[in-house]
Design a protein. Sequence first.
Length: 240
Amino acid sequence: MSAFSEANRQAFNDLSSTYNSQPWQQKISQQVSDALRDRKDWIGIDWASSSEGGDKREVKLLDYASGTGNITQALLPYVTTVKGIDLSEKMVEEYNRAASASGIPPEQALSVVGDLCSASSEIPDHFRKPEWYSFDLAVIGLGFHHFEDPGLAVQRLSERLRKGGVLVIVDFLPFGSEERDMGEMAKTIKHDGFTREGMEKLFGDGGMGGVKFDVVGDVTMELKKGTVVRKMFVARAEKL
């Protein structure tokens, strides 16, 4: 594990118990959830079910950088199984605790500790088993700007998708490096947001096509050193 990845692991371990405890944090989680649910058709996969009902079909979701499980909770009604992965063991504990408290069995949704996107770490053998491939959908929710190598991440996660499977990234438009100084997580932020053109290139270099990019709107963070407002986007591409 690189020094940067280790800094992320430690920082998110420290934040795990209070990660979604403040009203502004809960509002952002709801904004992410709403952004995905409102764009179910836009994302472009055949869901297991919908609010209108319909036949159940097998749909596998990879919730990468899964945190406490916001993406899983948002999309669970529309998929059949979820596998989460997070660098932070404490975040994984919170994810699985929340899933259990919601009555979700581990065979339906379970997060584990891991890192598929680091060039400096070997991928453990258990992530090479068939169950960790052929996902219909992979989602990264507000974690992409923490990734050391976003291009490698897109490539690695694309490898986990079935042909035609979709990678969705929810993150921020460029926000300026000066904002790093306003937050407790400054040392874990590697990228100051992403442009549409930047995301199109990352997807293209990762062998993905059918790119869509949609600006969601403003999110507000109440940090110790002040209020930060960033603009959030949703981007998607499919494995060719």
